[in-house]
Design a binder for this molecule. Structure first.
Ligand code: ATP
Ligand code: MG
Length: 429
């Protein structure tokens, strides 16, 4: 006797994508690969699991991600602290250093896949979600920052997405941020009375992040804080202008947002986000920026870099609003048969059809014609091929067109010699 077993369900905030819903995912992944290849970006894959210290160092101790969102555990075997990647950049940079990729040239790379953060699940915010992550490693100039933004603008156009706005800021360099930081801490000290608990706690560790707070009671204070941009020197301003000129050349509109600081510690110079009003509270579709100090920070030979990450769930939500996304049919041709011999012949013919690039299902097991037709119809196939006793003895196959659009130009059902079947379907499906 089997023991009773309590049913298992998926973890909170982690979603199944069922077959009827997976077509938009696959289409998006395909579109993204073609789009990235057209700019010379190549795929790179890094492990889901990394040492915790990589993220602590690479993302920054005083960030939402490292402070409270990581899925970390101690490996029972090695006693080492490990973490499920909460983003791609740290792992991509680790791999770049480990394999000495930048010794003779810069690299345009991307990755796509799941990342993990322990957040409160809601629309557009999950605990396992997916990112398209793009990194330009070893490039210093504003030309590449602009290239990334122009690329993104093209992706929105390819996907037919209107209403995604670009917000832009510059975080300058470390010394400029340090000067600003002192001024900002002084300012925050003067406004202690309006700071909430988190802000007070972070005031001295990560004051820039205090301005990023969504607490309505702190908005006035944040709006009037000394902007970092005022502390930028000539070189930082020239870099920023270089980006802006290229965006103007490409006809891309942007809003300068002095409050845009991004959640991660390692950014410098250009930072940007693409936002929309169509996704409710979680309106940021893509965030990115320059991180010239990270490779050095993680033990590599200093090299500049810039990148971005797109949230795929949010992007798909937008695509879903923009157009009809229909589930992909299981197959184009559904093969119906009666008797063991007929099924074996059906399997052989199906292989020939697949040789011609058609998607084919051979009915599994047996069943009445009626029940097999029902399955054929539900599969979404354009055509059913029938191999019954008559067809088997006369060396023929019957074809029945199942969809309205395929019926207009064709006889609904006909019987043809078996050797003509492949040519016939290749031509008409
Ligand atoms: P947010 O401010 O929304 O928390 P973030 O600054 O933490 O975003 P990034 O680390 O920049 O986000 O990640 C890049 C993109 O990944 C975001 O712009 C968003 O589209 C998506 N994203 C971030 N967190 C989640 C999540 N928990 N669920 C789904 N998508 C997410
Ligand atoms: Mg976040």
């Amino acid at each position: 006797m089997t023991q009773s077993f309590q049913k298992v369900h998926a973890l909170t905030g982690m979603k199944d994508v069922l077959p009827d819903a997976s077509a938009p995912w696959e289409q998006l992944e395909q579109t993204v690969r073609t789009w990235l290849a057209s700019y010379g970006y190549r795929n790179m894959r890094t492990p889901v699991l990394e040492y915790t210290r990589l993220f602590a160092r690479g993302i920054g101790e005083v960030t939402d991600i490292v402070e409270k969102e990581m899925y970390s555990f101690t490996d029972a075997l090695s006693d080492e602290a490990l973490t499920m990647r909460p983003e791609f950049t740290a792992g991509m940079v680790r791999a770049t250093i480990e394999h000495n990729m930048l010794y003779d040239r810069a690299h345009r790379v991307y990755a796509m896949g799941p990342v993990f953060r322990r957040e409160k699940p809601q629309r557009g915010r999950y605990r396992q979600f997916h990112q398209i992550d793009v990194e330009a490693l070893g490039f210093a100039g504003p030309d590449i920052d602009a290239e990334l933004i122009v690329m993104l603008n093209r992706l929105w156009a390819i996907l037919g997405l209107p209403d995604i706005r670009l917000e832009l800021n510059s975080l300058g360099q470390a010394d400029e941020r340090a000067a600003h930081r002192s001024a900002l801490i002084q300012y925050l000290e003067q406004h202690r009375d309006v700071l909430d608990g988190e802000a007070t706690r972070r005031m001295h560790t990560n004051p820039l992040r205090v301005l990023d707070s969504k607490n309505p009671a702190m908005q006035d204070m944040a709006n009037n804080a000394p902007p970092l941009f005022d502390f930028l020197g000539e070189a930082s301003r020239a870099h920023f202008d270089g980006v802006c000129h290229r965006l103007d050349d490409a006809g891309i509109a942007y809003r300068m947002n002095p409050r845009l600081v991004r959640g991660l510690d390692y950014y410098n110079l250009t930072v940007f986000e693409w936002v929309t009003d169509r996704l409710g509270a979680q309106g940021t579709v893509c965030g990115g920026g320059r991180y010239d100090g990270l490779i050095d920070l993680l033990g590599g030979k200093p090299a500049p870099a810039v990148g971005f990450a797109i949230g795929m769930e949010r992007l798909l939500d937008l695509c879903d609003q923009a157009g009809e996304s229909s589930a992909q049919a299981e197959c184009q041709v559904y093969m119906i048969h009666q008797s063991d011999d007929a099924q074996r012949r059906a399997c052989r013919v199906a292989e020939q059809l697949r040789d011609e690039g058609l998607r084919v299902i051979v009915h599994a097991g047996s069943g009445s014609f009626k029940s097999q037709f029902k399955r054929a119809d539900a599969s979404g196939a354009a055509v059913a091929v029938i191999l019954g006793a008559d067809e088997l003895s006369s060396g023929t196959a019957s074809i029945k067109w199942l969809r309205a659009q395929s019926l207009e130009t064709r006889v609904q059902q006909e019987t043809i010699p078996l050797e003509r079947l492949v040519t016939e379907l290749k031509l008409k499906v």
